[in-house]
Design a protein around this ligand. Structure first.
Ligand SMILES: Cc1cc2nc3c(=O)[nH]c(=O)nc-3n(C[C@H](O)[C@H](O)[C@H](O)COP(=O)(O)OP(=O)(O)OC[C@H]3O[C@@H](n4cnc5c(N)ncnc54)[C@H](O)[C@@H]3O)c2cc1C
Length: 544
């Protein structure tokens, strides 16, 4: 077992006894078998000394027990690492930044505290998963939808605090933006409520986000400034219908007007669902990652494998010969049938300025879906949690040698076609040099309204040497991204220091501000030391 740095066996054991008194002996875990469950299954350090490991885990069942744990941690100077459901695979799992930390596992706090049907909101505890909330709404005949990330087993709070995203209407897809009010246990054990929650007896905690004075909610996301024990979210009223229509365009440069029109239509509220760009010549798959289900045709593979990538004219010639689009986009609409059909008609009109643009017959569903329809659709688009996305790691005819997992490399790129071309060029050239798989036509994803994210799953294997090389390659891509003005939106602990270091404007003024706040509100540095590059004073310089 790894103890926290500077903590002796006897101090650690005394703290564990105190944790047991606070939450009950059954809810403090110290055995190797129990602690194995808190390892990051996708750790890039597996089998190496640097793997981040917990020394113990404590699972409180109430806010009072969280307060007690925090106070004990302060008394003994034991670092604690809060998790909600701890399913942050691809971004660190439930393992702490600092080895030896005690995981504060909030899974047992799993009550849906309130659902306001008329105002379309809820208030939940950290252990409430997307599956839990979905079942709760279904069981109570609610007509509210949730917005879920691909894996539905994670929590609303953990996902939102790590600033994750989903797939329904833009207003709900950005999970931190869709929250309204939170309750936080601070490092000194005090409970704080944000927004209207600070007003005793407030009637609008889940309706008005900012309350009065500085709006501090953001301080508790991607940080280590407190333990969030409740959070409100805005939910999506079930729409009457859903329509999806597709466009394909055939010239290389068509991506530029396609993206501009797509963005303008979104900013005008013409479509409300997530637009999905794709590359039909590789695979007319409509879902992010779906192209992984089947390899591109052999001729396309040859084109993609050319040193420096295929020339635009070659791609255009292939598309013409095979009557397949070079770029495509699926537009999605939620609302009454006559309205969504009119919105699709307007979308086609706007896109018709692109010569040769070809539109599909739209797909329309009245909502709610029938069980047979649910089986066929991309479930997360309809707010239905599931675990289907794990197909991307599974053994299959196209993936005969699966890796152990992946870490997402996910830089934010401006939303325009020229920048996509540039990112495709820069990252495929860098990948070629670094010996990584090269995808010259990798496509940007559109989770957020105003910017693209490029998402690459970086393989994690059981080969220590390969993992080392991949870690170095990941850092190099981070550096190259930053050099081009593209920063990561989120990352695993292994890379948080490196990425925070790229946000360096004015001699790292942002990180210095974070450190000032950390020192003021958590002087013993007990909450998640190192999370997102924020180290307490006594551990600064400990950077990975
Ligand atoms: C195949 C695959 C697909 C994925 N698709 C998506 C996707 O579509 N969208 C997406 O967003 N992610 C995706 N992920 C990443 C990840 O699985 C999800 O984001 C998952 O929901 C996060 O786990 P969680 O909700 O259990 O969060 P947790 O692991 O509980 O929390 C994440 C982190 O937030 C902090 N934290 C959590 N709770 C608290 C608290 N109460 N107080 C203070 N700090 C806290 C901790 O630092 C913690 O490590 C995907 C992963 C894989 C492997």
């Amino acid at each position: 077992m790894k103890l926290p740095p500077g903590i002796s066996d006897s101090v650690f054991n005394s703290a564990v006894r105190e944790f047991e008194r606070a939450v009950g002996k059954d809810w403090v875990y110290t055995s190797a078998a129990d602690l194995d469950l808190y390892r990051d299954a996708y750790s890039p350090f597996k089998g190496e000394e640097e793997e981040r490991l917990a020394s113990a885990a404590v699972a409180p069942s109430s806010v009072e027990e969280v307060q007690a744990v925090v106070r004990i941690a302060n008394q003994y100077k034991i670092p604690i690492y809060p998790i909600s459901t701890g399913k942050n695979l691809g971004y660190g799992g439930s393992a702490p930044n600092l080895s030896g930390s005690v995981v504060l596992d909030l899974k047992r706090m799993n009550r849906v505290l309130e659902v306001d049907e008329a105002n379309a909101s809820c208030l939940v505890e950290p252990g409430v998963s997307y599956f839990d909330l979905y079942r709760h709404l279904q069981a109570n005949g609610s007509r509210l939808w949730i917005d879920t990330p691909d894996p539905g087993w994670g929590s609303l709070i953990g996902n939102a605090l790590d600033r994750g995203g989903g797939y329904t209407a833009a207003k709900y897809r950005n999970h931190f933006d869709a929250h309204c009010g939170m309750e936080v246990v601070l490092a000194n054990g005090e409970v704080l409520r944000t927004g209207m929650g600070a007003l005793p007896g407030a009637r609008t905690w889940q309706q008005y986000k900012s309350g009065f004075g500085p709006w501090i909610d953001g301080l508790f996301s991607q940080s280590n400034f407190g333990v969030v024990t409740k959070m409100g979210f805005w939910l999506m009223p079930q729409p009457d219908g859903y329509l999806a229509g597709r466009v394909e365009v055939f010239q290389y440069e068509d991506l530029i007007p396609l993206v501009d029109i797509m963005t303008n239509l979104e900013n005008n509220g013409i479509y409300t669902g997530m637009p999905m760009l794709d590359v039909p010549l590789i695979n007319p798959g409509l879902l992010p990652g779906e192209s992984l289900r089947a390899p591109p045709p052999a001729e396309v593979q040859t084109l993609l494998g050319k040193p420096g990538g295929p020339a635009p004219a070659e791609l255009e010639a292939y598309c013409k010969q095979h009557d397949v689009g070079l770029w495509g986009c699926k537009f999605q609409y939620y609302g009454p049938e006559d309205i969504v059909r009119a919105q699709w008609a307007y979308t086609m009109k706007r896109l018709s300025v692109i010569a040769g643009a070809r539109f599909s017959e739209p797909e329309f569903y009245n909502l709610p879906l029938t069980p047979e329809q649910v089986d066929k659709v991309h479930k997360v688009t309809f707010g239905i949690p599931n675990l289907e996305m794990f197909f991307i790691g599974a053994r299959s005819p196209t993936n005969p040698n699966p890796t152990r997992g992946h870490i997402w490399f996910s830089p934010i790129i401006p939303r325009n076609g020229r920048e996509v071309f540039k990112a495709q060029r820069v990252f495929s050239e860098a990948s070629r040099q670094l010996g990584l798989p090269v995808f010259p036509l990798a496509m940007a994803t559109t989770y957020w309204e105003r910017a693209f994210i490029f998402i690459f799953g970086f393989p994690i294997t059981d080969d220590i040497e390969l993992n080392r090389r991949n870690r170095a390659a990941f850092r190099e891509l981070v550096r190259i991204g930053a050099e081009n003005g593209w920063g990561e939106y989120r990352t695993a602990p292994a890379y948080q220091d490196a990425i925070m270091a790229t946000y360096s404007f004015n001699n790292h003024a942002l990180l210095r501000f974070h450190e000032t706040v950390k020192d003021a509100i958590d002087p013993n540095g007990i909450i998640a030391p190192g999370r997102y590059g924020i180290w307490p004073k006594h551990l600064r310089g400990n950077k990975a």
